[in-house]
Design a protein around this ligand. Structure first.
Ligand code: PGA
Length: 260
């Protein structure tokens, strides 16, 4: 049984001081994710503040939202895997559709970033997803399969076991219009089949596949209750500590039900 994973993607929200206030309010609510892996992904500039306040003595883990594939060098403005590792990042989001759309991230670049993260023991969360026209033209499967196959190309089985995939249909992100559980399940099944075909049953079954796109306290339990959905990548609904704490407690309820 794969453990549920809930990742809070803050995107470009909150200064380091605002992040500190968030963490104090969150810990004040005493959220207990229990058997759910709970991860916060603040912007680079707030990673240290969150690490400092949150990571000691709490079950929360830290993620970055992006990285560059070289370790050091003349790459003005970039941040590398060793830098993230040193700050206490256990995870890093790679290939989010906003990066692909606005910053030119390609499947090949995503592959290099994933390899760099894995070289330094940071666990990549690979985001894949189709646009609305791609869905309407019936290309969803082809799009996400290509993103997964190219993004994970050349990975060893040991490295693949460290990877998480997040299925995030672009049309569902930040729109308040989440995919239906059935739509998500269909794509998750196809992603799982791709993993099994390319890396075999043992490792292919270990990789967690999350759903992301307008996840909220109202719909998260429905997604997580599905056998094929191993967690959620949450944007807007995790910027408020109460809302995030509610999502975590709903996830914890589902994890208990799934185990029984
Ligand atoms: P959203 O964002 O929950 O605000 O739709 C999800 C994401 O982009 O990771």
């Amino acid at each position: 049984m794969r453990r549920l994973l809930v990742v809070a993607n803050w995107k470009m929200h909150k200064t380091a001081s605002e992040a500190a206030v968030f963490v104090d309010r969150l810990t004040g609510l005493k959220p207990d994710p229990g058997s759910v892996d709970a991860v916060l992904a603040p912007p680079f500039t707030a990673l240290a503040a969150v690490a400092h306040r949150l990571l000691q003595g709490t079950p929360f883990k830290l993620a970055a939202q992006n990285l560059f594939w070289e370790d050091t060098g003349a790459f003005t403005g970039e941040v590398s895997a060793p830098m993230l590792k040193d700050l206490g990042c256990e995870y890093v989001i790679v290939g989010h559709s906003e990066r692909r759309q606005h910053f030119g991230d390609t499947d090949q670049g995503v592959n290099k970033k994933i390899r760099a993260a894995l070289r330094h023991g940071v666990r990549p969360i690979l985001c894949v997803g189709e646009s609305l026209p791609e869905r309407e033209q019936g290309h969803t499967d082809k799009v996400v399969t290509t993103q997964v196959r190219t993004g994970l190309e050349g990975l060893s089985k040991a490295h693949l076991a460290q990877v998480t995939i997040a299925y995030e249909p672009i049309w569902a992100i930040g729109t308040g219009r989440a995919a239906s559980v059935e739509q998500a399940e269909e794509v998750h099944a196809s992603l799982r089949a791709t993993l099994l075909r390319n890396w075999g049953a043992e490792v292919g079954e270990q990789v967690r596949i999350l759903y992301g796109g307008s996840v909220s306290p109202n719909n998260v339990a429905g997604f997580l209750a599905s056998r094929s959905i191993d967690g959620a990548l949450v944007g807007g609904a995790c910027l408020d500590p109460e809302s995030f704490a509610t999502i975590l407690s709903l996830a914890q309820d589902v994890a208990r039900q799934k185990r029984s």
